[in-house]
Design a binder for this molecule. Structure first.
Ligand code: DAH
Length: 345
């Protein structure tokens, strides 16, 4: 009787070695050694030929069973090793994109910048986009296209810094953000829902409520069927969104060449919440800015048909708004750069 191969003995040691393999490369070599053409298993299989038929059948089944268990063990070890090698590779390739934040914060945004950001956010929340325009402007955008023809008395409302560029008084530092209304309309088609924050300039001697450089935010809406009621409702919604519940707005008749009708808009006095105090001259209201329905001549200047399109505009001072919100009584504090003042906000 020829020696019968013992599959159990063959496999037992092999399974231990497979479990101990600690890399896919090592495992690949083990696979060749333990289950390849020159392996003891292959030899055992060849040896089956020499057995008697009955014995061969039983031994063959045992051998197949052993091979199957060994292959399963190798397969599962391979999956484990591949996964841990992949993790290790990812760990070494990992890029740390974390921004280095200094432990101690040095400084923060200026109060006016904070206000500008919040104003933009408020209007974006109401469906507006944000646009910008140049601070050095031409007479056409700052005045002419806004329905202030040369010599118009309303030009006297704006003490203008002129630049030495081109013909006399043809180029200037914008006196308000309204010229950007014209620029936005020139480069786009209605519907338009836009706000424009930015720096403005007027010849003024600095005092508690004036600076020659200040900030405004302009609003412009152009669409079909825009009414004065939409303007009033928008300013009221803005007032509540920006200042908080209980703050309202009201409109008073006024005059601007580029709107008709025009109005000043007031908001609930932030100091007395409408009760009446010294700051609001006991009216309960503080004046914030100007507004009105876009004048047909402004539409004509940009080639819009005033019979088809209607719209409203508004504009107000960001510095003034900041002073109101924080009870600052001298606008010069905003540019003195005294850290003891700035740190408070
Ligand atoms: N531009 C005006 C100013 O600086 C403010 C203003 C008034 C803007 C009425 C507007 C408006 O858009 O409709 O005094």
């Amino acid at each position: 009787m020829s020696a019968r191969p013992d599959p159990e003995a063959l496999v037992a040691g092999a399974l231990d070695r497979v479990a101990a393999a600690d890399g896919t490369e090592e495992l690949r070599m083990l696979e060749a050694e333990l289950a390849g053409k020159r392996s003891p298993l292959a030899a055992a299989k060849a040896a089956l030929a020499g057995l008697e038929a009955g014995e061969r059948r039983a031994a063959g089944m045992a051998l197949n069973d052993a091979r199957r268990r060994l292959e399963e063990a190798m397969e599962s070890r391979r999956r484990e090793l591949e996964s841990s090698e992949r993790q290790a590779r990812l760990a070494t390739e990992r890029l740390d994109l974390t921004e280095a934040v200094p432990a101690r914060r040095r400084g923060h945004l200026h109060l006016v910048t904070q206000a500008r950001d919040r104003l933009e956010d408020t209007f974006i929340g109401m469906g507006y986009t944000v646009a910008e325009g140049p601070e050095a402007e031409t007479d056409w955008y700052n005045f002419e296209a806004l329905n202030f023809p040369a010599g118009h008395p309303a030009r006297a409302m704006y003490d203008t810094f002129y630049l030495e560029w081109g013909p006399p008084e043809s180029t200037l530092l914008r006196t308000h953000t309204s010229p950007v209304q014209v620029r936005v309309m020139e480069r786009s088609e209605p519907p338009i829902y836009v706000v424009v924050p930015g720096r403005c300039y007027r010849v003024d001697t600095p005092d508690a409520s004036h600076l020659p450089v200040f900030h405004q935010i302009e609003g412009l809406v152009v669409d079909r069927g825009i009414t004065f009621g939409a303007l009033a409702g928008t300013l009221d919604a803005f007032t509540e969104a920006y200042f908080g519940p209980g703050f309202r707005s009201r409109l008073r008749p006024s005059y601007f060449p580029f709107t008709e009708p025009s109005a000043e808009f007031d908001i609930t006095c932030v100091f007395c919440k409408g009760e009446g105090c010294r700051t609001c001259a006991r009216t309960g209201w503080l004046e914030l800015g100007g507004c009105g329905m876009v004048h047909p001549n402004v539409f004509r200047a940009v080639g819009y048909d005033p019979e088809v399109w209607s719209g409203f505009a508004f504009g107000f001072g960001i510095d003034r708004l900041v002073m109101m919100r924080h009870g600052i009584d001298d606008i010069r504090e905003l540019i003195t750069n005294d850290v003891r003042f700035l740190r408070q906000f």
